[in-house]
Design a protein around this ligand. Structure first.
Ligand code: SAM
Length: 291
């Protein structure tokens, strides 16, 4: 653990948090420990951290994991990270933009890791995410299918609610379906704005995604599946039949779409947000096959 609090560190290294990079640094050791605890890290695991910031959580991760690779976009934080993590030989900090990385190649197949001969037991991802890119980062990590065991994220409460939402409610949307296609989400606890410096304008929550080895539903073509989901939620106020037809990407007539919905026992005037993951999977398989 770092032996200095966030305020002192910011002063010592003359750092002013950059709002546009989502720099709200965690300043509460109990929360930090609870996040790391919830990832269930073993000493042969590799942990990928996104946005280590000042390195508070990184040192806690390094104390438990076999190796930690932390990706931080802000070059001005490099001296702080070097200083705060100098006691740990198992941490690599990459000064990179996570959105521009191929995690498989740039991290898992990096010389740094392969050269050391480290063979991880499990891969885990832990991050107090920058809120301005939460959804794209989470989607990127899920879509890379890295055989990750779990991902633990601090996100805006509203986003964690959407990730874990069930069909029918107003929080249920494309993000819920995508997250639940790849993982089983567990909402863990809320974190108040007072736990950060500077304080964010929103409430935060920690969520753990236990990644499936194979998705829980059978999808014949993932592109068509995600297109179906996007179409259904793209026009929320439209009925399902109109949303699918207007999306214009299924090469099906309205009559054919109606027939598919009927064969599934779905009312064509239903809205997309009432469909379960299983129904989305089946619908996309039929939209693909049923010519
Ligand atoms: N982990 C630290 C903590 O808990 O105090 C900092 C968390 S702060 C909410 C988010 C961090 O992500 C910042 O350090 C920010 O510079 C970094 N960040 C923002 N955009 C990034 C990107 N595209 N790639 C990598 N890191 C990024």
């Amino acid at each position: 653990m770092m032996d200095m609090d966030t305020k002192t560190l910011l002063k010592k290294f003359n750092i002013r948090p950059i709002k546009s990079l989502g720099q709200n640094f965690l300043n509460d050791n109990n929360t930090l420990k609870a996040i790391v605890d919830s990832a269930g890290i073993g000493n042969r695991d590799i942990v990928i951290e996104i946005g280590p910031g000042l390195g508070g959580m990184t040192s806690e991760l390094a104390a438990r994991a076999g190796r930690v690779v932390a990706v931080e976009i802000d070059k001005y934080l490099m001296p702080v990270l070097r200083e705060n993590l100098k006691a740990f030989s198992n941490v690599t900090v990459l000064n990179k933009d996570i959105m521009k990385m191929d995690i498989g190649k740039d991290i898992m197949e990096s010389e740094e890791l392969t050269y050391s001969g480290f063979k991880p037991d499990k891969i885990r991802i832990v991050a107090n995410l920058p809120y301005y890119i939460t959804t794209p980062v989470v989607m990127k990590l899920l879509e890379q299918e890295l055989s990750v065991e779990c991902m633990v994220f601090m996100v805006q409460t509203e986003v964690s609610d959407r990730m874990a939402a069930e069909p029918g409610g107003k929080e249920y949307g494309a993000l819920s379906v995508a997250v639940q296609f790849y993982s089983r989400p567990h909402k863990l606890f809320n974190v108040s704005p007072q736990c950060f410096i500077p304080q964010p304008a929103v409430e935060s929550s920690v969520i753990r995604l236990d990644i499936y080895k194979t998705p829980p539903v059978q999808v014949l073509d993932r592109k068509v599946f995600f297109k179906t989901v996007k179409a259904a939620f793209g026009q929320r106020r439209k009925t399902l039949i109109n949303a699918l037809y207007n999306a214009g990407c299924f090469s099906k007539s309205k009559v054919e779409i109606r027939e598919i919905l009927r064969s599934m026992g779905i009312d064509e005037n239903q809205r997309g947000e009432t469909l379960s993951l299983e129904q989305f999977a089946r619908l996309s398989n039929l939209l693909l096959n049923n010519h």
